[in-house]
Design a protein. Sequence first.
Length: 307
Amino acid sequence: MATDFRLKDQLPDITKRLVQTYNDLGTINHLGHCPLPNYDEVIAVLAELQEILYPGYRRREGLHESNVEFYVGELVDRLHDRLTQQIGRALRHEAGATTDCTENEDYEALGQAKTMLFLDRLPELRSTLATDVQAAFDGDPACKSTDEVIFCYPGLEAITIYRLAHLLYQLDIPFIPRMMSEWAHNRTGIDIHPGATIGEYFFIDHGTGVVVGETCEIGEHVKIYQGVTLGALSFPTDGEGNLVRGQKRHPTLEDRVVIYANATILGGATVLGHDAVIGSSVWITKSVDANTTVVLEKPQLRVRAEV
């Protein structure tokens, strides 16, 4: 079937109407001269960070003690440049400099300072991630090795990206932590807000559908299964109906808590005491004492004989 070029005469009008919406609906377009963080660059940064954190498991093979320092040095140098630019862009936009890039503030210098603080934390972060890998191996009898965890477990990938994003979040860097965590959410089905505080030896088994809210506080040696929600009970508003931000809205999990599949734990005042066990599909909005097991009461099975 041949193209009807007469129909294409409508395209300029469609274009004009689209561009008009850019003026009418300014909240969903960015037409300033100062660029935002680049999404593809941020995801490329994530790939290089994971290459540094887990060397030999991803892109580069044949790494050994005599060449690994040179290889990692190249990656760190490239990360410095990429992060300096992207963080500088994020800081500039957060400061409101969206249309004029001639401001006195040197946002690239600020980006470099934040980048150096972030990179300086990576050796310490690897120590924490090693505990997460060990927690997955220790917590899953189907797992044959820690290599399998690093290669295969979406929970570890989500936790890794969360811990990277959390470092940036602690440095008050806008946009980029959420860009990272939402990319991980899309990839793994696990949604961990970079503002959450999570201790060592954290294990998410299976993982699909897990949600961890911004103000969650999670202790050490905690294990959660797929479909678990650690969410807000309600959203307080001010006198004008606007959401009140900055308050603790999500639960606290003390050390060695286990939460089974599809349980929902809500509220900033809700605390699960150490060594508590929460059964599948439980809905909890009040605190649970330490060393307590909470399960759904079994429904009584009724069988009616047909006559």
